[in-house]
Design a binder for this molecule. Structure first.
Ligand code: HEM
Length: 399
């Protein structure tokens, strides 16, 4: 096996997860790795893997030791910056992206969910990913940014490419993927560049206008930084939320007794969303690069090596979560790391949570006996760090 550069680790699944069965349900493999090799070097992907809760938390809360800076992949954004630049960007963006601003969206998100579901409710069937879980977050982000929702199909294509993994571990496939990502970034750059120019001429009541106006002691975001942030929202906010919705419904279909329980106790829905983020997290792995030689659990990590933190495994660590393999809809406390941990903790968490709650509430109000269409062969999403399925067709009894 030819040695490959460490930038591949983000795009190639680990060998232990090379079957469809394991990709659809990686948690037994995670548990095994967590027990047997909690911190290990994978020659195949040229990176370290870290599985235990305590160790993942250590990596994520120490940006001085573990950097978020990567050679390439997507554009530079706060996600791939370290302090102090990271804080400067995040503080500026925070002025526009406040939890209050997000909470105001609740009735709007409800309308979008109702509109998307209306044509399907009487039929008793839904292509969950296509009909609801994909368009909902795309429409929400498009409207938040102030771009026409008529562009949402293009948005979906763009965001798919931004998070896509390689077909296989050949150099050609990797090269092809990187070129596709570069092209998409360029297209998106031009697209958002035009909208930013328009908003500079006349501000609207939207996020891009707020980002242009954001000001901390005279510091503003540059055009490039605004573009990068818009692209980050597409890349970080769409597919993740799609998978949160799909993974939540998958749990309801796999454990049907939860449907009645949550319908009778809608107050449990917020904690059930948190438990989904622990039990079937949309993001299972987070990459960092060691900034110096570091010893972790007796292993010697060297400066410059990639370190992959498996939050999907950490979320199942029995040391942290009792009955970790059981979905407990009102689990409390629930310090899962589905949104990461530390300075890069997901900026969009309030929005993702809100969308998750609205959707679960709406589905349970309108649908009884939600089940996967019989005979469906589930297909995992091809990505080393995203956990989800491409489609999840359901049947249900309209209420
Ligand atoms: C960061 C997960 C939805 C925007 C992150 C990180 C994770 C994550 C794990 C940390 C990455 C790291 O440490 O390197 C998720 C999940 C979501 C979700 C599971 C849905 C269920 C969203 C949404 C948005 C968003 C809806 C925006 C609209 C961001 C941004 C960051 C981020 C901007 C970077 C924050 C920083 O670097 O300081 N997300 N995310 N995410 N997320 Fe999310």
């Amino acid at each position: 096996m030819k040695k490959i550069s460490n930038k591949y680790a983000n795009y190639i699944p680990m060998r232990e997860l090379n079957t469809v069965e394991h990709q659809l349900f990686p948690f037994d493999v995670y548990n095994e790795l967590l027990e047997q090799s909690p911190v290990r070097y994978d020659e195949n992907r040229s990176c370290w893997d870290v599985f235990r809760y305590e160790d993942v938390q250590y990596v994520l809360k120490n940006p001085k030791l573990f950097s978020s800076r990567r050679n390439r992949a997507n554009r530079e954004s706060m996600l791939t910056q370290d302090p102090p630049k990271h804080k400067q960007l995040r503080d500026l963006v925070n002025q526009a992206f406040t939890p209050r601003k997000i909470e105001e969206l609740a009735p709007h998100i409800q309308n979008i969910a109702d509109d998307l579901l209306a044509p399907h409710l009487q039929q008793g069937q839904l292509q969950l990913v296509y009909d609801l879980a994909t368009p909902l977050p795309v429409i929400v982000i498009a409207e938040l940014l102030g771009v026409p929702s008529s562009d949402r199909d293009r948005f979906k294509e763009w965001s798919d490419i931004l998070v896509k993994g390689a077909r296989n571990d050949s150099d050609e496939a990797f090269q092809e993927l990187m070129e596709e990502k570069d092209r998409t970034n360029a297209e998106l750059g031009a697209y958002f560049g035009r909208i930013i120019q328009e908003r500079r001429q006349s501000a609207q009541d939207d996020l891009i206008s707020l980002l242009i106006a954001a000001d901390i002691e005279g510091e503003h975001l540059t055009e490039d930084e605004i573009i990068s942030f818009c692209i980050l929202l597409l890349a970080a906010g769409n597919e993740t939320t799609t998978n949160l919705i799909t993974n939540a419904v998958r749990i309801l279909a796999e454990q049907p007794e939860l449907q009645q329980q949550l319908r009778e106790h809608p107050e449990m829905i917020p904690t059930a969303v948190e438990e989904t983020l622990r039990y079937y997290p949309p993001i299972v792995a987070i990459g960092r690069v060691a900034k110096e030689d570091i010893e972790l659990r007796g292993q010697q990590i060297r400066e410059g090596e990639q370190v992959i933190s498996w939050v999907g495994a950490a979320n199942r660590d029995e040391q942290k979560f009792a009955n970790s393999d059981t979905f407990i809809p009102d689990r409390k406390p629930n310090q899962h790391m589905g949104f990461g941990f530390g300075i890069h903790f997901c900026l969009g968490a309030p929005l993702a949570r809100l969308e998750g709650r609205v959707v679960l509430n709406t589905l349970l109000r309108h649908m009884d006996r939600i089940a996967l269409v019989e005979g469906t062969q589930l297909e995992p999403i091809q990505s080393a760090f995203v956990f989800g399925v491409k489609e999840y067709p359901i049947t249900f009894q309209p209420i």
